[in-house]
Design a protein around this ligand. Structure first.
Ligand code: N01
Length: 543
């Protein structure tokens, strides 16, 4: 038995499969393994309820950037007919209600242990078992270990000098208190202007006495144009569920709209402006799909980037603030493009100010607030860290996973994540990583990517059991080929040009700079995974 398994006292509960996490991925994986394959399954979940991302991210303004009719499970027609979304983009509370509805509808809770954070997992080759430890001192064993921990669940709280001396309260958006935060009458500082900060700022500004936004990297944002859904649309989405499913399975990013086939160079500047205007008015992620070459051709991208910078200058009244907000150093959509409700308008309020950290970096946090390198001190009662996540690898590496012969995942991935299809790691038999690094995941509409991974894993385990196969793990040469292909796919786009993006791990000091998600497109990826399975799990060692 492995040292990790020995470390915790108490009896060990043995099941066929352990799933870590009860968000979209964990819930569906439990349903598939238990209700389709008849396996005994234990889900271990750190939170006190289902929801994953949507359980933890309760910050003001938290809302999904995928449209609600597409941000849902499509595996069950009854579920699709059962549930009705209220707004174009679902808010955090509504998504959490939806996932609770799913848990109830499929009777999932009885196999989920809440408040149970996994702290270690070790593979024992002699018994072909994974032994799992939890923070609460419980022990579990299973043949299959499936991580459904999400890509953006390990909070990145920057280690700014003096943080713990701050006399007020500080919060990270991804670990938001269940009871909420009362901003009324408070001087609030918010660090970070990614998707989260851009959603939170307008809502915080409504309540706070004053909001100071500390911006390090200026960002594009497109109005979401959120609104209640009409009865006609709700009916249409239900009546056309099968067609929507087909469409989302066939697009590059799993959204229910196609990327235009035309190039930005095929049209006149006036036509281009009209196309961008129409997409801007429509709102959301449609602008990224206006031309096929926005993400592959720098000159084409410049046309979109310039259009969006001009919109910031239209909205923001103070020219100096507009200049800081529109001084964006990366091509549009090479960092995850935020969408917003009134973000740039927020800077026209009297109680909002902007600090340009590129011009005056933070020196330290003091008991009274934030001190900048030029000696200016911003007095604050609350600091909000909208500073993102140790993405993709963080949630896995924080779990202390040890494969065959005690190989630590952290050692296997010292130079960056190495997976085959984002699904498995060499040396870690029967470990499956839903939306792991090397999969399209964060570049797509997540539930669509999750359904595909969960179904592939379920089919794979069914195959193993039918064929009497005890173990599956990728062959090292298949991993090498896949890692090279992931790099090649990223380099065929402009995505690596945003040198400070979390896609590259650049937001976490010391993290290897490797482009982590697979940029070759979800439709192509689905096809590859299906072909690999059809060829007898080509590239995997089965034994
Ligand atoms: O995090 P981010 P996020 N000092 O990493 C800044 C998803 N999401 O939570 O760019 C000062 O994007 C950092 O600056 P820089 C979505 O995929 C989805 O906003 O590193 N600033 C940046 O401005 C998204 O991409 C929805 O220079 C510091 C910000 O903090 C992902 O989550 C909604 C700093 C972090 O931006 C992460 O978004 C919301 C420091 N030390 C989020 N450290 C949906 O709708 C970091 N920053 C589904």
């Amino acid at each position: 038995m492995s040292p990790a398994a020995d470390a915790s006292p108490g009896p060990e509960t043995t099941v066929d499969a352990i799933i870590v996490g009860a968000g979209f991925a964990g819930l569906y994986q439990l349903h598939c393994l238990r209700d389709r394959l008849g396996l005994s399954v234990q889900v271990l979940e750190a939170g006190d309820g289902v929801g994953g991302t949507w359980y933890w991210n309760r910050y003001p303004g938290a809302r999904c950037d995928s449209e609600s009719h597409s941000y849902a499970f499509y595996f069950s027609d009854e579920l699709l007919q059962d549930w009705t979304w209220s707004e174009r983009y679902p808010g955090q509370a509504e998504i959490l209600r939806y996932l609770n509805h799913v848990a109830d509808r499929f009777d999932l809770r009885r196999d989920i242990r809440f408040g149970t954070r996994v702290t270690g997992a070790a593979y024992d080759a002699a018994t072909n078992r994974w032994h799992v430890r939890t923070e609460t001192g419980e022990r579990f064993a299973a043949t299959y270990l499936i991580t459904a921990v999400g890509c953006l669940s390990a909070a990145n709280v920057p280690d700014i000098a003096g943080r713990d001396d701050f006399a007020g309260r500080w919060y990270h958006t991804g670990l938001w208190p269940q009871e909420g935060v009362d901003f009324r009458g408070r001087r609030v500082g918010m660090i970070g202007t990614g998707s989260t900060g851009i959603q939170a700022a307008p809502v915080i500004a409504e309540a706070a006495a004053h909001l100071t936004v500390f911006q390090r990297t200026a960002n594009y944002s497109i109005p979401a144009r959120n609104a209640p859904l009409t009865e006609d649309f709700k009916r249409w989405a239900k009546d056309n569920a099968a067609e929507l499913r087909r469409l989302m399975h066939s697009t590059v990013n799993g959204h229910p709209h196609r990327i235009a086939e035309r190039s930005a160079h095929d049209v006149t500047p006036e036509e281009r402006e009209a196309i961008y205007r129409a997409a801007w008015e429509k709102g959301g992620l449609h602008l990224r799909a206006a031309f096929r070459d926005i993400l592959t051709d720098r000159a084409a991208n410049d046309t979109a980037s310039d259009f969006l910078r001009a919109r910031i200058r239209d909205v923001v009244k103070d020219p100096k603030t507009a200049e800081i907000l529109s001084n964006i150093d990366h091509p549009f959509a090479t960092k995850r493009p935020p969408i917003d409700t009134g973000y740039f308008e927020t800077f026209n309020r009297d109680n909002v100010s902007l600090v340009d950290l590129r011009a005056t970096p933070i020196e330290r946090i003091t008991p009274a607030g934030i001190l900048l390198r030029d000696g200016t001190e911003h007095a604050l009662d609350i600091i909000v860290f909208a500073t993102g996540f140790d993405a993709m690898t963080g949630p896995l590496l924080r779990m202390d996973i040890q494969g065959r012969d005690g190989l630590a995942l952290g050692d296997a991935w010292r130079a960056g994540p190495q997976t085959y299809l984002g699904l498995q790691v060499a040396g870690f038999p029967n470990l499956f990583t839903v939306t792991g690094p090397g999969s399209p995941s964060v570049l797509t509409n997540m539930p669509v990517a999750i359904e595909q991974h969960v179904e592939w894993i379920t089919d794979c385990i069914a195959h193993m059991r039918e064929q009497g196969i005890a173990r599956i793990e990728p062959r090292p040469e298949a991993v090498d080929r896949w890692v090279a292909h992931v790099n090649e796919a990223a380099n065929a786009t402009l995505l690596p040009q945003a040198g400070h993006s979390w896609y590259l791990g650049a937001n976490v000091p010391g993290k290897p700079r490797v482009f982590m998600p697979y940029a070759g497109g979800l439709a192509r990826y689905r096809k590859t995974c299906a072909e690999v399975a059809a060829r007898g799990y080509e590239g995997f060692a089965l034994g």
